[in-house]
Ligand binder design. Structure first.
Ligand code: CAA
Length: 517
């Protein structure tokens, strides 16, 4: 049999699917399955949750109709395939596959797996959409551990193209093959992973999100700038704080705790601000407020820890001193400033209204500021963006000696250059690299551990999180040596071993070998 024929035979075995739990993920998964033509039973004991989940499903389909992606008749057919049940006994008996999508609590999931195992046919496959808990522990609650696996969708499930298929040491290859074929039939891409906390994506994504929350909490940059640095500096579809709000702060906290319990290390230690927001019930979009506010009238109150460096914009200075400090784009910067009509001088002359240090993310701006003799007038400027491409983002770096007027003047100057700007403290990596390079290092560690290949990691982050390029490809594009040097500076500055370049990264940097071909 050809691969395509065997795939369609395997996915055809799954005609009816029961989805247990109708939160954001359960509703999205039910929609994807019903759209594929399968009968779907949504099992939710709580009537409010059921009503909310079904409303979410309807509104997602309505959006597709409004955008011309579905007709009213197609929507009606999809809705007709979905049936609700208020108990596992009532809903799971006829299912070929059951997907559990309840909150991330092992005790709750274990109880559900034991109950589903009793209610289902012996040949049914049981899957969990868990983000980070042990699938093996769930399999152990059943009499069919060979037919238990993880099926991890990404939020929003109707949109994101990745599904991680997790096999335990007990999962039969046939069950994995059936689930992978089903994922392909849903128009998505399966990436296989072993049963390790968080699988491929979450151990890379969550520490990065947590670090971003920590940068906000410690006043390194404002929440808007943190999000802008990720989208403008690296082309990511959302900033980390907006993504935490989408995933849910409570879910993110649970995942971090599971990662920390299994993998250890400071990268998984939830930042106190994340915990406090969860305790306050500010769990993100679903609550109307997390790091940002959603759909509420009136001005948004800045959350605790939002200490913006951004000052009110002032006029651009007529004369600017431009001093080199490790940024190779100095000549381009000088030309751009001159083209904007500014008089550029190469030393901190008295007539210069602002002293700009063309800064590299591995070097402290303060040293150049002190050497200039006018530290209050010094702002570091780093142009971030894809190597070789036109920079899209200006990073303004403020030392503890920089005067607010200099920050405002630098903001006016970047506006004159037509660049979006973010402001951060004078710490290695500045803002964009400080957030993203540690994630690249984590990806290298995952390769080093033999858990996933560079190609699988890149596929997972592109399809699961909408990255324009995967982390290993990004690393190759930036250059392993550049990333190593910035990480070494971050490590030296913070003393945090999590920032130490992974040995495999150091090797690639030394030999100049890329991770992708
Ligand atoms: N449900 C259904 N469809 C949705 C949707 C939702 N909640 N949100 C957006 N869409 C659809 C839109 O209808 C639109 O569809 P069409 O192209 O058919 O018209 C499409 O997605 C694009 O939407 P928008 O134009 O409104 O918005 P956008 O271009 O800004 O994209 C996004 C929105 C897809 C969410 C994008 O910002 C993105 O990819 N963000 C990254 C999301 C991410 O990283 N997800 C993974 C989180 S980690 C996780 O889930 C795992 C875990 O265990 C925590």
């Amino acid at each position: 049999m050809s691969a395509v024929a065997s795939d369609s035979a395997a996915s055809a075995q799954i005609r009816e699917v029961a989805v247990v739990g109708l939160g954001i993920m359960g509703a999205g998964i039910a929609e994807v399955l019903a759209r594929s033509g399968r009968a779907v039973v949504v099992i939710e004991a709580n009537h409010d949750f059921l009503a909310r989940g079904l409303a979410r499903l309807h509104s997602s389909l309505d959006k597709a109709v409004a955008r011309g992606r579905l007709t009213h008749a197609e929507k009606a057919l999809i809705v007709a395939r979905v049936r609700a049940a208020d108990s596992i006994a009532a809903g799971a008996a006829g299912a070929d596959l059951v997907i559990e999508a309840v909150p991330e609590r092992l005790d709750l999931k274990r109880a559900i797996f034991a109950e589903v195992d009793q209610a289902c046919r012996a040949d049914a496959i049981l899957a969990s959409n868990t983000s980070s808990l042990s699938v093996t522990a769930l399999a152990a609650c059943t009499r069919r551990p060979d037919r238990v696996a993880g099926l991890h969708f990404f939020n929003p499930a109707p949109v994101m193209k990745l599904v991680e298929v997790i096999s335990t040491v007990l999962t039969a290859p046939g069950a994995v093959q059936t689930l992978s074929a089903l994922v392909r039939d849903l128009g998505k891409t399966p990436v296989g992973a072993g049963d390790r906390a968080g699988f491929v994506v979450n151990p890379l994504l969550l520490p990065y999100l947590n670090h971003a929350a920590g940068l906000l909490e410690t006043g390194h940059a404002s929440r808007e700038d943190i999000d802008k640095a990720a989208t403008g500096g690296f082309g990511l579809p959302m900033g980390p704080l907006a993504l935490l709000d989408l995933i849910g702060l409570d879910t993110s906290l649970s995942i971090l705790e599971a990662l920390r319990a299994e993998l250890g290390g400071s990268r998984y230690q939830p930042t106190p601000l994340l915990r406090r927001l969860v305790e306050a019930g500010l769990t993100g979009r679903k609550a109307g407020r997390g790091f940002h506010e959603y759909g509420t009238a009136g001005a948004a109150a800045a959350p605790a820890g939002d200490m913006s460096h951004n000052a009110a914009p002032g006029p651009p200075p007529a004369t600017v001193a431009l001093i080199e400090n490790g940024d190779t784009a100095l000549a381009d910067l000088g030309n751009a400033l001159a083209a904007a009509g500014l008089n550029v001088v190469p030393h901190p002359a008295p007539e210069a209204g602002l002293v700009v240090v063309a800064a590299g993310p591995g070097r402290r701006v303060l040293d150049a500021a002190l050497a200039s003799g006018r530290p209050a007038d010094v702002v570091g400027l780093h142009l971030a963006g894809r190597p070789g491409a036109k920079p899209e983002l200006a990073e303004l770096i403020v030392t503890h000696l920089t005067a607010p007027g200099a920050v405002a003047a630098a903001g006016a100057l970047t506006a004159e250059l037509g660049l979006d700007a973010v402001t951060s403290r004078d710490r290695p990596g500045f803002l964009a690299a400080a957030m993203i390079y540690p994630q690249l290092n984590d990806a290298v560690r995952m390769v080093e551990d033999g858990y996933a290949t560079p190609a699988d990691i890149d596929t997972a982050m592109v399809l699961g999180c909408g990255y324009p390029r995967g982390p290993l490809q990004m690393l190759d594009d930036i250059g392993p040596a550049t990333v190593r040097d910035v990480l070494s500076a971050m490590h030296a500055c913070t003393g945090d071993p999590a920032f130490a370049p992974a040995p495999l990264l150091a090797e690639h940097a030394a030999s100049g070998t890329p991770f992708r071909s």
